[in-house]
Design a protein around this ligand. Structure first.
Ligand code: ATP
Ligand code: BTN
Length: 316
């Protein structure tokens, strides 16, 4: 059995009877039922309705990969796997094989989706957006410290145009109504001198139902906010366009015009916060960001500025 073909068959609209699938895959209905259960065990949400057959749950809507490839033609190489470990790793492999300067990797499902410090990024099949944009840039790594801020602003501005009031938590988290909607994982490869490889990974919760209990903190998704299932393909293409526009501006003119935008989205603007880095904790008032995208913290002994690193910000 080619399991990918079975997923493709189920992804087509409507119900698929055990009998029709058995015929298509030249096996018994019991054999199909066994494979359906294997898919369920692997996290695919498949409904079975007596007298009708199998179908994916309504919030499971596969991407239109032809449309994505057509939109990106001539702009970026495209890697679209139905399932992958992590799209950031797909981009790194692409660069290692020297296949080009600009690549866009997306997928329906990640089995090794990661957040910062190797934390798990829950990435179930055909419900959310997971993508990575890979760029070879003629900049030094030291010039890119504000990049995840720019990526967050690109996403927030795009969703604001759709009346979705995004909040951003320094340095890499996307929130909606105080709950985590998505995250950004920027990875940089290179020496001190330009050029460098930039890998920008974005995960955004789109249609994932709240019955999903795999995430250990409060989280949100766009469909719950808007009350309807969202077209992921359209949004993915818009995100690519918005991101590349913002990154081009960032490469040409730096952070300055972006830094001013931050406060309107800042989840804890002018609020008491704690900054945690390993065992170290600093407490103060969040004053937003500086011109490099670093955090400004008003402490009892004066203002300090923190320019990146593996730091977590929490409300006090
Ligand atoms: P910080 O970056 O400030 O340390 P964080 O706790 O959100 O914040 P991250 O590394 O940014 O940590 O993100 C990973 C965390 O996000 C996971 O430990 C999990 O709690 C949560 N998470 C995992 N998958 C999802 C998802 N699909 N949607 C929302 N949250 C998720
Ligand atoms: C975070 O909040 O710490 C960042 C989460 C980033 C998740 C995205 S999903 C696409 C890309 N591939 C990954 O493994 N991680 C990023």
């Amino acid at each position: 059995m080619n399991i990918d073909l079975l997923i493709d068959a189920l992804a087509k609209e409507g119900f698929h009877s055990g009998q029709a699938l058995a015929k298509e895959f030249s096996m018994s209905r019991a054999g199909i039922s066994k494979w359906i259960n294997k898919l369920r065990d692997a996290g695919y949400d498949i409904h079975s309705v007596p007298g009708k057959g199998y179908c994916f749950a309504p919030y499971v809507q596969p991407l239109d990969t032809d449309k994505i490839k057509a939109q990106l033609k001539g702009k970026a190489s495209c890697i679209i796997n139905r399932e992958t470990g992590s799209t950031n790793e797909d981009v790194k492999r692409f660069f290692r094989a020297n296949l080009g300067n600009r690549v866009f990797a997306t997928t329906e499902k990640q089995t090794q989706g990661r957040g910062r410090r190797g934390r798990v990024w829950h990435s179930p099949y055909a419900q959310n957006i997971y993508f990575s944009l890979g760029l070879k840039l003629d900049l030094a790594i030291s010039e890119l410290s504000g990049l995840s801020i720019v990526v967050g602003l690109a996403i927030a501005d795009l969703l604001k145009q759709k009346s979705i009031p995004i909040q951003l938590k320094w340095p890499n988290d996307i929130y909606l109504e105080g709950k985590k909607l998505g995250g950004i994982l920027v990875e940089l490869e290179g020496a001190f001198e330009p050029p460098c490889n930039v890998i920008i990974g974005v995960g955004l919760n789109i249609n994932m139902p709240q019955q999903d209990q795999q995430i250990d903190q409060a989280w949100h998704c766009l469909s719950e906010f808007s009350g309807q299932v969202i077209n992921r393909t359209e949004l993915l293409i818009e995100l690519y366009q918005q991101l590349t526009t913002y990154i081009t501006e960032f490469c040409e003119h730096g952070m300055s015009q972006f830094a001013d935008k931050w406060s309107q989205y800042d989840l804890y603007y002018h609020q008491p916060v704690q900054l945690m880095s390993g065992e170290q904790v600093q407490t103060g008032t969040n004053l937003g960001i500086n011109e490099q995208g670093g955090l400004r913290l008003q402490t009892e002994t004066g203002e300090v500025q923190i320019n990146g690193g593996e730091i977590s910000l929490r409300p006090v």
